[in-house]
Each structure stands twice: as C-alpha cells, then as structure tokens.
Design a binder for this molecule. Sequence first.
Ligand code: PLP
Length: 377
Amino acid sequence: MIPLSIPHLAGNEWQYVKHCLDTGWVSTAGAYVTQFEENIAAINGSKRAVSCMNGTAALHVCLKTLGAQPGDYVIAPNITFVATLNAITYTGAETILIDTDPDSWQMDLDLLERFLGARTQVQGGELRSKADGRRIIACMPVHVLGNMCDMERLTALCARYHLPIVEDSTEALGSTFNGKHAGTFGTFGTSSFNGNKIITTGGGGMVFTQNDELADRVKHLTTTAKTDPMDYFHDEVGYNYRLVNVLAAIGVAQLEQLPGILQKKKAMDAFYRENLSGVGDIQFQTVTPGVDHNCWLFTFRTERMRELLTYLNANGVQSRPFWTPMNQLPMYKGYQYVTEHDYSTDVHRTAISIPSSSGLTEEQLAEVVKQIRNFYG
Ligand SMILES: Cc1ncc(COP(=O)(O)O)c(C=O)c1O
C-alpha cells in the first residue's frame, strides 16, 4: 500500500534522540526544547515560539491567553479538522461557523465581511454580537492543507472590527502569503507536529507570537502556572502542555530538513497537477494569489469521490475523504452557521486526499497517477 502521509525521518533524529537518552534529558526540561523554539521562530520570522505537547493544546492556550470563557464566541471556518472547534469548546466559548470558499477551501471572506458588518458591533473596544450582546473574542482562520485565504484582506478586516486573529496554521509550516509566513499574521499562530504533518515530532505543537508578554503568558499557562522556580506556588489553573526534550530533539532534526521536504512536496504537487489535469472530472484546489503553498497533502475534487476512494484503497493507494463539516457533527450541530450555498457540504462530498509523503519515490507517484487514470478509464 502506498501510504497517505508518513514521516520522513532521514536526518539527525537518531543522533539527537540518542543524545537525550545518553544524558538523561528526556523530559520537560532540556536544551532541545529551547533550540527547537528558537530555530522555528528564526525560520518563520516570529519573535517568540513556545512549544506545546500538540497543536490542539497550542490552539487552546492561545484562546485562554486572550481570555476566552463561557459566553464568548470565536469565529472559525465550517471546513476544518475537529481540533479547531474542540480547542474553542475547551474554553467554554461557542463557535460561529463561516462557510468555505468552493475553490480555495478557505474561510469565505465575503461571508465573514458581511457577517461582521450586519451582525456585530464594537462596544468599548470589544466586538459583540448584535443578537445577544455576547463578546466575539477571536477569529480563527484555518490554513486548510497549507493554502491560505487573502491574509492582507483578513488582517485589515479583523483590525477594523477589533478582532484578534488566532491562526490555525497547524498545516501550513513553510507556506507564505506575499512573502510573510503562515502563523505570523495574527496575535497568535500555531503549528502541529503530528505524525502526518510536514515535519513531525511524533506529537507536538507550537505557539507563535510577536509579543513577549503574550509569549511569557503562554509559557506560564503551559507550565502549570508555577510562579517560583523553587516553591510549588501556582497563581491560577494552568496546564501541563509542555513538549518533552526527546520529542523536541526530533523536531530540531526535522526542521533541518524542512527546505528539502518543501522542495519535494512542491515537485509532487507539480507532478500530480501535470499528470491529473483533464483526467475525469478532477478539479484541483485553487491556490490563493500571493500564497506560496507548502503542498502538504494533495487533495482534489471529483463527483465520483466515494467510488474512487474505494477503488484506490483496494488497489494499493491509500486515500482519505475530507473532514466532515463542523455543523454536521453532533456536538456542533446547533452552532450559528453563516452561509449562502453551503459549499462545505459540496467540498466534503467531493474531496479526496491522495499519497503525499515527502519520501514518495517517482515510481510510487507514477503508480498513484496510473491507478487514478485506470479508474476513470
Ligand atoms: C487544521 C488542524 N487543526 C488542528 C490540528 C491539531 O493538531 P494536533 O493533532 O497536533 O493536536 C490539526 C492536526 O491534526 C489540524 O489539521
């Protein structure tokens, strides 16, 4: 079976992990944690990076730092992985869902702009829902598959409405918009180093910010809110969300390989686009003008998605459907959903992801294309 998206551990991972084991520095303290944070911040241009045990924890702690609490709203796209909404829900806040753009599969900014104009108002420097007066504490764009919406338009729009941005940039490490890295547009950005991501630590996450005070606060919350290096005094309910040194060591080694991984991903994307163009009714994701895409996971739309999914998985090519829209999950069904055409349902019904690991050989890529061509006859 050609796998969908597996790690490519081809650098210094073994050496750095061995160093942790040899020295006994395997847990929450250790030099690799700081090194990983500093190296990733240097790559994407953020002032500070704070590591976390996974991307969901990273999103959660950003929202806690902004003060999200029961009764608040957070705006997020209807097409995302469930962790985005889970992180919001952990704070007690509710999500206002925005439908997707049918071509780029990012949050539809026209709908967002109309919603903000018609159904919200700024009061005392805070944005509130006109319907019930509740605070809207953040907007959380999700850079779906490493693509982005027009981030200049989004940041201008959110600034106009006093709305902080928390970027769910967990899939977008290495992507840029007009030369600026994903995760550096908002008050906060995030990364995930889950096993299927562009680089992995097995499991891990990162928070990015340009603000030292906010970074310190994130660090405080992720380290059980301990105020004294010696005494066990904690000034609020914190979290044990730290990334351990042995995983950060893998992260440092993976980051060293990021330029090469990005090159391979782009070559894969170009190969698929060239060889699948005009095959059946295949429609590719449109990359937003200005975006330099990390090409994380190759996904396309076809009306015959379910048939193709069964065919590929039965013929040695691991493939997956796309996320069920959030408003169709039992726990998020009742949430306000801003839409005109419900493109989320169309995208979910037709989108399929195909093998995209950076270690794919030319033979494997050719085999994937051959099987897809065979299917359409
Ligand atoms: C869009 C999105 N948000 C959040 C997450 C959560 O990251 P993690 O799995 O590291 O908790 C992921 C990845 O799994 C994701 O793809």
